[in-house]
Write a protein of this length. Sequence first.
Length: 179
Amino acid sequence: MKIAILVADGFEQIEMTSPRKALDLAGALTRIVSPVEGQVRGWHHHDQADSFPVDVPLQSACADDFDALLLPGGVVNPDALRIDEKAIDFIRAFLEAGKPIAAICHGPWTLIDAGGVEGRKMTSWPSLRADLTNAGATWSDQEVVVDHGLVTSRKPDDLPAFNREMTKLFEVAYESEIQ
């Protein structure tokens, strides 16, 4: 199972590191994909945190090379990604292929621009409620929502539930793909 983790500078660090650890423990191969070259920087709320090496530059990334996609939140990260045409095309390729996607906090913002929320039940950081609803999603204030290959959660406090459901969804999708 090979998972793309799409981030730009300003992602909420724990929303990348905690799911990544859960996926790695489940035997997945996780790769950070980013439009940022070299290193990408996480944040802890409003403060800069650690830098992480970019495994695959977005310019050369191909959704066909991955089984699933993880979209961490943070305000700055998805705001930068949603105006990056290559990032939106990358996300859209996962949606069109029916590959599973997990998005937490502000991460679902990018799914709006990729055309992936209409008719779906979702959750997110509360400030995205109107954006998601206006784009055709049914928003729910729950720690985790799973709907047709998409797992969403609200915030770092929801990470245990998010990681559990994300790992389960990704494993089921991967096992059905290899059979």
